[in-house]
Design a protein around this ligand. Structure first.
Ligand code: UT7
Length: 326
C-alpha cells in the first residue's frame, strides 16, 4: 500500500512586520537579525485571525488541490503550540469550520516538529487501514505568545499555517518514511512557562512574572538543533537506501539560516538543493515545513520522481524527518 500526498495548502496573515519596524520596538537592527538569522520580515495575525482560521484556510487549499470533499476525511491532525483554547482541540474547531463531519480530529503537541510528528501518526493510521484520507495541518499564531520587549526572541517568530492531504493509493508524491525522536532532558531550554497546570494563567504571579511568553536558551538550542537534524536526516536516508547526493530538495524547519546552512553542510546538500523562505516568514514553528512544501509544490520546484527530505527540530526536544518521492 502506498501513501500519496494529493494536496498541499498554506495560509498567511496579510500584515508584514519588517526588521526596520522591529528596530522601533526593541534595541535591534536589520543587520543583526539578517546576519544572525537570515530573517528579513514575518507575518503577524490581525484582529479576528486565530490559529483555527489560518488552519482552516490552509486545509481548504490543500483539499481543493487534492479534489477531496471535507466530508470524505477520516482524520484531521493539527499541530500547534498556540491553540485557540487550551481545550477543546483546535482540530475539532477546524473540523467544524471545514464541515468535515465524518473525521476524527485531534491536536498534536510537538512544537516545531509537530508537522513531522503529524505525518508519522497519519502514516500509521493509513498503513493499518484505520483511515483512507487524512488532513494534516501545522498552524501557529506565535505573535500572541512572544514577548515583544525581549529582543532575543521577538525578532524570530511569525504566524501562518500549512497543510497536506494524505491518501492511501497508488501514484506520485509518495510518502516513503517518517522518523520521530524525543529528548526530554532539555525540555526547559525552549518552552512557555505559564498557562499550564504548573503556572496557571489564573494566578496573577504568572502574568506579573512575564511567564506567558516563549522562553529560550537560543545558543544551546542552536547546537542541539544542528546535531539532531543531521541525525534525523541520516536516519531517513539510511531507511530508504539513499545517500545525500540522491536528495533533490531539502525542506528543513525554517528556524535560522545558520542552522539550515550548518545542517546542510554536514549532510553535503548545497544551497541549490534547499528550499528556504524564512527570510519572508521567520520561524512559524510547526507551520514552517508545510508552508515551504506548498510553495515549492506550487512553484514546481520539485522535479517528478525527485527525493524530498523534510527535517525538523524544536521544543521538547522533539525532532524528526520524512522522505517523499515526488
Ligand atoms: O524553532 C526551533 C527552535 N529554535 C531555534 O532553533 C533557535 C535556535 N537559536 C538561534 O537561532 C540563535 O541562537 C539566535 C538567533 C536565537 C541567537 O543567535 P546567537 O548567535 O546564538 O546569539 P546570542 O544569543 O549568543 O547573542 C549574541 C548577542 C548577545 O549580546 P551580548 O550578550 O554578546 O552582548 C545578545 O544580547 O546578541 C545580542 N542579541 C541581539 N542583538 C541585537 C540577541 N538578540 C538580539 C537582537 N538584536 N534581536
Amino acid at each position: 500500500m502506498n501513501i500519496r500526498i494529493t494536496g498541499t495548502g498554506s495560509a498567511l496573515p496579510g500584515r508584514i512586520l519588517t526588521n526596520a519596524e522591529l528596530e522601533t520596538l526593541v534595541d535591534t537592527s536589520d543587520e543583526w537579525i539578517t546576519t544572525r538569522t537570515g530573517i528579513k520580515e514575518r507575518r503577524i495575525a490581525g484582529e479576528g485571525e486565530y490559529t483555527s482560521t489560518f488552519a482552516a484556510e490552509a486545509g481548504r487549499n490543500a483539499l481543493a488541490m487534492a479534489g477531496v470533499d471535507p466530508r470524505e476525511l477520516d482524520l484531521i491532525i493539527l499541530s500547534t503550540v498556540t491553540p485557540d483554547f487550551p481545550f477543546p482541540s483546535t482540530a475539532c474547531i477546524v473540523q467544524d469550520m471545514l464541515g468535515a463531519v465524518n473525521a476524527t480530529a485531534f491536536d498534536i503537541s510537538a512544537a516545531c516538529s509537530g508537522f513531522i510528528y503529524g505525518l508519522s501518526v497519519a502514516e500509521k493510521y493509513l498503513r493499518s487501514g484505520s483511515a483512507k484520507k487524512i488532513l494534516i495541518i501545522g498552524s501557529e499564531v506565535l505573535s500572541r505568545i512572544v514577548n515583544w520587549k525581549d529582543r532575543n526572541t521577538c525578532v524570530l517568530f511569525g504566524d501562518g499555517a500549512g497543510a497536506v492531504v494524505l491518501e492511501a493509493s497508488e501514484g506520485n508524491h509518495q510518502l516513503c518514511s517518517t522518523h520521530t525522536f524525543s529528548n526530554g532532558a532539555h525540555w526547559n531550554l525552549l518552552y512557555q512557562p505559564g498557562s499550564g497546570s504548573r503556572h496557571p494563567a489564573t494566578d496573577s504571579r504568572t502574568i506579573d512574572g512575564e511567564m506567558l511568553h516563549i522562553t529560550m536558551e537560543g545558543n544551546e538550542v542552536f547546537k542541539h538543533a544542528v546535531r539532531a537534524m543531521e541525525e534525523a536526516s541520516l536516519k531517513a536516508l539510511e531507511a530508504n537506501g539513499l545517500v545525500a547526493d540522491d536528495i533533490s530538495l531539502l525542506i528543513p524547519h525554517q528556524a535560522n539560516r545558520r542552522i539550515i546552512d550548518a545542517t546542510a553542510k554536514r549532510l553535503g546538500i548545497e544551497a541549490d538543493r534547499q528550499y528556504t523562505n524564512l527570510h519572508r516568514y521567520g520561524n512559524t514553528s510547526s507551520a514552517s515545513i508545510p508552508i515551504a512544501l506548498d510553495e515549492a509544490n506550487r512553484l514546481n520546484v520539485i522535479k517528478p520522481g525527485g527525493k524530498v527530505l523534510l527535517v525538523a527540530f524544536g521544543g521538547g526536544f522533539a525532532y524528526g524527518s520524512a522522505l517523499i518521492t515526488w
